[in-house]
Design a binder for this molecule. Structure first.
Ligand SMILES: [Fe+2]
Ligand SMILES: [Fe+2]
Length: 355
């Protein structure tokens, strides 16, 4: 049964209106002043409030304001024997449901209350739907987070597996890949690239030489100089890496980047002799990270070289081979930040948004 709170200081009105509303099938609560009405509302909120305006101490306007301030979704019907612009405006501002002028007859009262109840029902339904919608969204978000974590683990696992396979066959390449990825990520971070771009470079580094899996290990670990044919076979790793990564369909677009890691800005690299603007910033970072690691690390065919050799390489041909802004960042990284090449796989954060 719908509950109506009737607030009026005149006892006769309370009695008469209670009868009207009671006969119409409502449960009626009454209060002779605002304080009592608020007590009832706080304890057991009614579905509709019908209130007089002029009462001793607090007015019906005070009651309306309190109800709205407390965020009760209760329609309030104002009744007054002395209508005024002020109270009408106030009622409008505080969203009173209706403003009735006394004397109010039975059918007007019952009809207005019934309409207020329908309105209240709509408010309740809307609130219910909003709550349901919110809990649905929360659950969906949790599910997406869970699935993302699972997918992250799966992809990380795949990369670790590839890395371990490569390590079994050729520890140099595996360590090299990891160190290049970490260095490329560190360069990107120092250049304030977005997290997504940093991650892309790390993963590209980790997998850039994956195509070496198809190069015979005696060639990869040959201590002496390679013959022309052997060199061509080694160079073929870029195409292999590209094709493997296209097929892998990783969440990052690294295949094109990996394809370009042996290119040079002046077009003297391989396999496609890309140059200048055809090589984006990521490609420019990856190629320097690759070269830096190769020079600063011990190789089967030679010991680790000095940092000065890296500078020589970066400045070769008047600095036309490499991006000089990236080169400057790398010099800073090693000289100022004392960066150390690391062969520990770093944690990935997948699907980071573009910043
Ligand atoms: Fe390579
Ligand atoms: Fe490499």
């Amino acid at each position: 049964m719908s509950k109506i709170l009737l607030v009026d200081d005149e006892k006769s009105i309370r009695i008469t209106f209670s009868k009207f509303l009671g006969n119409a099938g409502f449960e009626v609560l009454t209060a002779e002043n605002v304080e009592k009405a608020l007590e009832i509302i706080d304890k057991n909120p009614p579905d509709v409030v019908v209130t007089d305006i002029i009462m001793p101490h607090y007015t019906g306007m005070d009651l309306l304001q309190k109800i709205k301030e407390k965020a009760y979704d209760i329609p309030v019907i104002i009744m007054t024997g002395e209508p005024s612009i002020d109270t009408a405006t106030f009622s409008l501002r505080y969203k009173a449901y209706d403003y009735l002028q006394k004397p109010v007859n039975k059918s007007d009262l019952v009809h207005t209350v019934e309409k207020a109840l329908e309105y209240k029902k709509l408010i309740d339904e809307k609130q219910f739907l909003e709550e349901e919608n919110k809990s649905y969204r929360d659950n969906l978000e949790k599910l997406v987070d869970k699935r993302t974590a699972e997918l992250t683990d799966a992809v990380t696992g795949s990369i670790q597996t590839i890395s371990s396979m490569l390590r079994l066959r050729d520890p140099y390449t595996a360590d090299h890949d990891t160190k290049v990825g970490n260095l490329a990520g560190a360069i990107a971070k120092k250049m304030n690239l977005s997290k997504k771009r940093q991650q892309t470079l790390v993963v590209a580094g980790y997998l850039h030489d994956i195509g070496k899996i198809a190069v015979p290990s005696e060639i990869l670990s040959k201590p002496g100089k390679l013959t022309d044919i052997e060199y061509q076979i080694v160079k073929g790793h870029v195409q292999n890496s590209y094709e493997i990564l296209v097929a892998a369909k990783l969440p990052w677009q690294i295949e094109e980047l990996v394809y370009n890691h042996h290119e040079r800005l002046d077009g003297s690299g391989y396999p496609r002799q890309k140059k200048g603007d055809e090589l984006n910033l990521e490609a420019r970072i990856l190629m320097i990270a690759d070269v830096a690691e190769a020079i600063l690390t011990h190789r089967p065919y030679r010991p680790a070289l000095e940092y000065t050799k890296l500078i020589d390489e970066l400045e070769k041909k008047d600095g036309t081979l490499y991006d000089q802004d990236v080169a400057a960042v790398v010099k800073d990284l090693f000289v100022v930040d004392k960066y150390k090449l690391e062969n520990k796989n770093m944690e990935f954060e997948f699907f980071v948004e573009n910043e």
